[in-house]
Design a protein around this ligand. Structure first.
Ligand code: HEM
Length: 196
């Protein structure tokens, strides 16, 4: 007998959320527990985490094959914004490193990494408000956390609908999930290094 998971019939984005919720929640607690809004110095550590993750995925946003499947890809890039956030606080970007995500990876893997990067804009809306307590906003220090003009929820829904619609073979679905998990593992590693 084949047992379907409770989320087997939901869209791909919903299934990804279900497969990564506990990892996400533990990351969320770890970051908030690091008191990243206690001072601009603590917040700068978080910016370095974000920079390193957004650098990992940056080349994916420039790929024509992915841009043909997913909406507004060039405008969704946030590496430039987080670089400016660091500069606002007088910080240089972390040293050059090989991105954890291979720029040429196959589409299913790329979708997993991009799910995590785009989904993180939902959490960013929460963090943006908290950054206000440090005097930071969309013009200084919290540029990469600022919501898209059409609204963070709508911008996310546009992405999630397109993600759901990409045709994949059943065996490729597992690759999407394992890549999303790999993306969360990469972020967790940056947190342990930058917010120790
Ligand atoms: C303290 C830090 C964070 C907080 C407070 C936070 C909070 C949230 C909230 C409120 C949501 C929307 C509600 C929900 O759908 O559950 C969300 C969604 C999400 N966050 Fe975070 N988050 C944080 C960090 C991160 C990080 C660092 C990443 C990855 C780089 C991330 C990835 C995601 C993803 C992928 C979703 C979309 C879930 C979905 O499919 O709907 N979050 N987060």
């Amino acid at each position: 007998m084949t047992t379907l998971s409770p989320h087997a019939d939901a869209g791909r984005a919903r299934r990804l959320k279900a497969s990564t919720t506990s990892t996400h929640d533990s990351l969320d607690s770890r970051i908030m527990g690091a008191r990243i809004f206690a001072s601009r110095e603590r917040y700068a550590g978080f910016l370095r985490v974000q920079y390193r993750f957004l650098r990992d995925v940056d080349a994916l946003y420039a790929r024509a094959d992915l841009a043909a499947l997913l909406p507004d890809m060039p405008a969704r890039r946030r590496l430039g914004l987080v670089t400016r956030d660091l500069a606002d606080l007088g910080m240089a970007p972390p040293a050059e490193a090989l991105p954890a995500a291979d720029a040429g990876m196959a589409v299913p893997g790329a979708l997993g990494w991009l799910y995590v990067a785009e989904g993180s804009t939902l959490g960013a809306a929460v963090l943006y408000k908290l950054a206000g307590k440090l005097g930071l906003d969309r013009d200084f220090g919290a540029r990469h956390l600022a919501a898209h003009p059409e609204g963070v929820a709508q911008h996310w829904r546009d992405f999630a609908a397109a993600l759901d619609a990409v045709p994949l073979a059943p065996e490729q679905e597992g690759e999407v999930v394992s890549s999303a998990r790999a993306a969360f593992v990469a972020v967790r590693g940056y947190v342990e290094q930058e917010l120790a």
